[in-house]
Design a protein around this ligand. Sequence first.
Ligand SMILES: [Zn+2]
Length: 200
Amino acid sequence: MPQTYTEFNFCPICGVRLEIMPIEGKMRKKCLCCNYIHWGEYSLGVGGVLLQAGKGLIVQRAINPGRGRWTIPGGYVEQNEKIADAVVREVKEETGLLTEPVSILAVKDRPEDLPGVKHDIYIVFLLRYVGGKLIPDPGEVLQAGFYSPEECAGFNIAPLSLHVMSKAIEYMKEGSINPGFVWKEDIQIVGALSELFTLP
Ligand SMILES: [Zn+2]
């Protein structure tokens, strides 16, 4: 579910009314006082696929929107947080399980032309079990468990969750190690928190 935002008319830095003018091919809001330009509103989410004996971990949402719907565990990334840390944090919060990222399985891109809706990007990781017991967080999750794609057939499950889970099971069965983009640590990137995920 994409996040919404409120269109603002004043500069968030100095409070002067923003002017609408063409900048790099589009009409954008700019502050003539401090040169702030409003480039857009984006939200970044992550989800995790954790497999166990040919079944995938899914959770049933306890909160609206989508209360009662099953999805892979996940949530939104904090401003200063690595995506790989965010997925581990969200899975721990929702299910009690400690995991580590293996690879990136999928990226969902959801630009929105409706006013006030953020451009939503969602990145799905394959995870590996590290420790902990399955204890769903009652605040966020009604129930959680490992299910095969066949068992999910009667569930109200998000098609994307079912797809990535099924694909991961299929690829792991074939003996493929780490399908998807993996963490590459020997490439220098600008930024203390920067990380690269690329082909194995
Ligand atoms: Zn300003």
